[in-house]
Design a protein around this ligand. Sequence first.
Ligand SMILES: Cc1cc2nc3c(=O)[nH]c(=O)nc-3n(C[C@H](O)[C@H](O)[C@H](O)COP(=O)(O)O)c2cc1C
Ligand SMILES: [Fe+2]
Ligand SMILES: [Fe+2]
Length: 394
Amino acid sequence: MATREICDRIYSVGTIDWDLRYFDAIMPTPRGSSYNAYLVKGSKKTALIDTCKPNDEADFITNLMHLEQHVLDYIVVDHAEQDHSGLLPLLLEVYPCAKIVTNEICKDLLLAMHHLEEAEERFITIGDKETLSLGDKTLKFHLTPWVHWPDTMFTEVVEDRILFTTDFLGTHYAAPALYQDDENPDYLEAAKRYYAAIMMPFQSSVQKHLELIDEIGPKIIGPSHGPLLKMPAKIFDLYRDWSDDNPKNLVIVAYVSMHGSTELMTKFLVDELVQREVPVQQYNLLETDTGVLGSAIVDAATIIVATPTILFGPHPVAVNAAYLIRALRPKVKHLGVIGSYGWGTNAVNYLGEVLAPLGAEMLDSVYIKGHPDDEAIKALHAMADAIEQRHKML
Ligand SMILES: Cc1cc2nc3c(=O)[nH]c(=O)nc-3n(C[C@H](O)[C@H](O)[C@H](O)COP(=O)(O)O)c2cc1C
Ligand SMILES: [Fe+2]
Ligand SMILES: [Fe+2]
């Protein structure tokens, strides 16, 4: 990625990965990503904000050399995860006089991840709201634990009203432009996928971080992935909406079926909800990637997992989906399990236990032998009634 000037002597120097198709080995990234890093040149000192992932060293060093950055005073690390700190060991060699500026928790993680014990005296540990002068530019650090890791912090360039927010407000979205058209549906889809997989498990922290940004009042936000944001940005309203406590009138039915019984039950339940004008989305888990499922559950008030029994328990893809739903901690209020078995099953109990930590109400399950009969249809009808009733009270 070419270096770009954001404003006077502040540059974007990170790398772009157009071909990335999976992030953290969990989330498909159909639009690639970028690993943003920023160079801030003050009248007296220069600081690099973050590095990037280890494999991008040629591009990254080329970017710094483009700017004739032969000496560096500080490397600020806002987050120890390897996609941003991966080149730190190399940069410490390239810039032997550079100090590492970070918080105590991030320092410990960096020491552990990169075995930097020999460089320990090069750390400058900062606390919340501390500042570091670069001459005519001042860096101010805001400790923001749980932008998905305990170590994360924001770095503000006070005079320029730029705030670097590490993974917060990022997107896995490779794009040539420094900023992104807020209304671009591809970008918004990528932003929701990213929110679901990375930020949703820390919903209450998200709200605190939004408040902090309001207080700071930056003009520009530089996240660690994807486009920068010019304030006011639409993504802010979306984050407020996604992270509030009120789910929407939406049911997600995620199903798998081997011989069609569970599929028929799914179709019947979904049709019943459609009849009742309850918004519903149906996903075949064999063909639904974790990014799509994650995005779908952000707003849902009810999630139903539908699975047959295989080897006495739920189908493995249903287990995987239930585990993902539990891990991502959506604001869901009602959960249910439906499906079919032959002779003996622990599927409902098993999924009930997986989903219990979400604290949502468990609807009466509909778990039947073989092909759905009249009684099963009646039970699904009752489940649709129960969902409709609850959704009216949202
Ligand atoms: C590989 C395999 C393993 C199964 N294991 C069990 C089992 O352990 N207990 C059980 O009650 N039924 C078991 N069944 C039967 C299915 O749960 C039953 O046929 C069910 O109706 C299938 O639902 P479906 O049509 O939605 O795939 C098994 C079926 C298959 C194909
Ligand atoms: Fe991260
Ligand atoms: Fe990241």
